[in-house]
Design a protein around this ligand. Structure first.
Ligand SMILES: NC(=O)c1ccc[n+]([C@@H]2O[C@H](COP(=O)([O-])OP(=O)(O)OC[C@H]3O[C@@H](n4cnc5c(N)ncnc54)[C@H](OP(=O)(O)O)[C@@H]3O)[C@@H](O)[C@H]2O)c1
Length: 285
């Protein structure tokens, strides 16, 4: 296999898309460094790796702490002698209408999703530049292109990652490095239950938006139930972004058959058309 033993780093592997992607890549020969935020979660990844026959090493990394990022990247590069791929997957959600969000909630969201992603990327780029090759694959979202009711903050963080990924592509191309954005639609992971990220004020009965927010949440839940996009679809797109000689700028990851009525009511039709026809956008499923 051409990528046998090639070192890649996947952030946010305790659950969801990160765990699936780490296993998918590890079972296909990559040497995967999978990060978890909480030290107690290392076992989850190790057990999964045994089950999948995947080559995975677990590293502790908290995106909100610069010292944690620096230490982890140093240790990984020390062990692997370099790094070919970075999969910027870890991130949190924040659900609630603008008036119901606090600055503390916004700061944590942006510290994690945006500043943390910049930080990890900055830490790995010198090694990729020196090797004159590398792939930075960032898990954005359909919500990075289309804003949705009650998701202003999350969408703003993903819009930021879209700008990050595009500008980065221009900056690093001459060093042989590619920046790729993956834009999943709805995928049923813990993002939709324990990591849902409801703002404290979102469902407060005193909020002017509480009732309408609740109704939109029910529509979102119906869309999650109907979605046929699986974590393995996202993992496959990441694998493609790492392995094809000439990856696209973006891969939209939403099974066509799961564009059901609930999702259509979440994202307006015109916006979907805009997204699907935009330049450089590749749908892989
Ligand atoms: N699922 C979807 O429908 C969907 C759609 C579009 C895009 N996405 C994006 O896909 C990515 C993965 O989502 P998911 O569905 O797999 O969500 P998830 O199940 O909630 O997993 C998120 C991962 O990020 C980690 N994380 C959170 N804060 C962190 C921090 N400060 N430092 C390091 N790691 C941290 C979590 O660790 P802990 O367990 O320790 O919190 C967890 O491993 C996210 O960027 C998300 O925005 C998801």
């Amino acid at each position: 296999m051409p990528f046998d033993g090639t070192p890649v780093l996947v952030t946010g592997c305790s659950t969801g898309l990160g765990l699936e992607t780490a296993m998918y890549l590890g079972a296909r020969g990559f040497q995967v460094f999978a990060t978890v935020r909480k030290p107690g979660d290392e076992d989850i990844v190790q057990v999964a790796a045994r089950d999948h026959g995947a080559r995975v090493k677990v590293v502790q990394l908290d995106l909100t702490r610069a010292d944690s990022i620096a230490r982890s990247i140093h240790d990984i590069v020390d062990q692997a002698g370099g790094l070919y791929g970075l999969i910027n997957n870890a991130g949190i959600a924040l659900r609630g209408c603008v008036e119901d969000l606090t600055n503390a909630e916004l700061r944590l969201l942006f510290e994690t999703n945006v500043i943390g992603t910049f930080g990890v990327t900055r830490a790995v780029l010198p090694y990729m530049r020196r090797a004159r090759r590398g792939r930075i694959v960032t898990i954005s979202s359909v919500g990075g292109r289309i804003a949705t009711f009650g998701l202003s903050a999350y969408c703003a963080s993903k819009f930021a990652l879209e700008g990050f990924g595009e500008a980065l592509a221009l900056e690093v191309e001459s060093f042989g490095i590619r920046s790729v954005l993956i834009e999943p639609g709805i995928v049923h992971t813990s993002r939709w239950d324990i990591n849902r990220g409801n703002a404290v004020g979102a469902l407060d009965p005193r909020s002017a938006y509480a009732e309408i927010f609740r109704r939109h949440e029910a529509v979102a839940d119906a869309a999650v139930e109907r979605s046929r996009t699986r974590p393995s679809d996202v993992a496959r797109a990441v694998h493609r972004a790492l392995t094809v000689p000439n990856p696209a700028m973006r891969y939209v990851q939403q099974c066509a058959t799961s564009w059901g009525a609930p999702l259509i009511s979440l994202f307006c039709c015109g916006a979907i058309c805009r997204m699907r026809s935009s330049k450089g956008c590749t749908s892989v499923v």
